[in-house]
Design a protein. Structure first.
Length: 367
């Protein structure tokens, strides 16, 4: 009965807030609608500088094939490599394609031809992917020449490529489930961290301190509303993912919701622990976002964990967000079930016990 009264009080405070309900419903839609398009690691509009020493019909066809791919834009044709390099140094070009003299003649004779690709690797991702795109285009061009008997002695090579789980290599399919986890984390961690400390600033916490309510019951009443709101955000996020991207899980929503139930306990526990020891909302917000940024960067949300250095991979083992990102992607893309992620359930349960225990210890109720 006492818990029911406390929960009623908490939900009324949330809905009376003019700002909070807008965050709960508008922010998930905007982030899921915009962020997957902005945080897309597929590189396009790469500026291509061409140094064509041959100026033949075949060299022109190769350049046109590269520009028609959609990945490159024409940054100009240059007479010498040094001129093209100057354009790279001036940030006018990203990649140089140098075609040697007698390019067409050597192709028709079946003699080896060496093209040179030079990439601006200041942005390692852009340079590396741009070089890979251009190399693939050149290889496809060479295969086309072999099929036309312009390279009678060229090797015949057949390659069959199968892309598992994401057949169209759509980066949004990879990003959207992770962004849903990030939104749920913000609700669980950031908003709950402002709860107790806001009552400290208003002075209403003193009424609770002198009441006979046990502190575990008080913290539980603070935890449950944001736990429920986390499920609302998860549902809204899944709905937006389906409406905008046509993305639905291959596996069961039950696995995602069951894991989210424990995961939200972790971050509401973190938020309440921070709120208990903070003296102002500003202090609580800065502390929470400091940890949220670290959690996000070390979760595999943007960067694959296997690509991180060894020390960073070790740190990810102590990051609760990592496990939910892995679970939701496994369910959405691979159709994983409970038996596939039971280890993740065990680890996240330990995190839930740890952080809620810290919240209970950190909150000091004056009797």
């Amino acid at each position: 009965m006492m818990l029911r009264y406390l929960l009623e009080k908490e939900f009324k405070q949330i809905w009376r807030d003019r700002f909070l309900p807008k965050i709960i419903f508008i922010v998930p839609f905007l982030q899921l609608a915009i962020l997957p398009f902005a945080a897309d690691f597929e590189m396009k509009r790469i500026n291509l500088a061409v140094v064509d020493h041959d100026r033949s019909s075949e060299s022109v066809r190769l350049v046109e094939k590269a520009l028609a791919s959609g990945y490159f834009v024409d940054a100009g044709r240059y007479v010498t490599y040094d001129e093209a390099l100057t354009s790279v140094e001036g940030d006018c070009s990203d990649i140089i394609l140098e075609i040697p003299p007698h390019f067409e003649r050597d192709l028709t004779r079946g003699e080896p031809v060496r093209l040179m690709i030079a990439a601006n690797a200041v942005n390692g991702t852009k340079g590396g992917l741009g070089s890979a795109y251009l190399t693939r285009i050149v290889q496809d061009y060479g295969a086309g020449l072999s099929g036309l008997d312009l390279m009678p002695e060229g090797p015949m090579l057949s390659v069959s490529v199968t892309n598992l789980y994401n057949p169209h290599l759509n980066y949004k399919v990879y990003m959207v489930p992770g962004i849903i986890v990030f939104l749920v984390t913000i609700i669980g961690g950031a908003l709950s961290s402002l709860n107790i400390v806001s009552e400290k600033e208003k002075g209403t916490i003193e009424q609770m301190n002198v009441s006979p309510i046990p502190k575990w019951l008080f913290l539980l009443s603070k935890l449950i509303p944001f736990w429920v709101l986390g499920f609302v955000i998860l549902t809204v996020g899944a709905l937006v993912a389906w409406l905008i991207y046509g993305l639905s899980p291959v596996g069961s929503f039950g696995v995602i919701y069951a894991f989210a139930a424990i995961y939200l306990l972790v971050f509401t526990g973190i938020g309440l622990a921070v709120s208990s020891i903070s003296s102002s909302q500003q202090q609580a917000m800065f502390t929470t976002f400091f940890f949220l940024i670290i959690f996000a960067l070390l979760s595999g949300l943007f960067t694959p964990i296997n690509s991180m250095p060894e020390w960073a991979r070790t740190l990810t083992l102590f990051n609760p967000m990592r496990y939910f990102v892995e679970v939701i992607r496994m369910v959405y893309l691979k159709g994983a079930g409970f038996t596939d992620v039971w280890g993740h359930f065990g680890i996240i349960s330990l995190f839930a016990l740890l952080f809620n225990g810290l919240a209970l210890i950190g909150y000091r109720k004056r009797e």
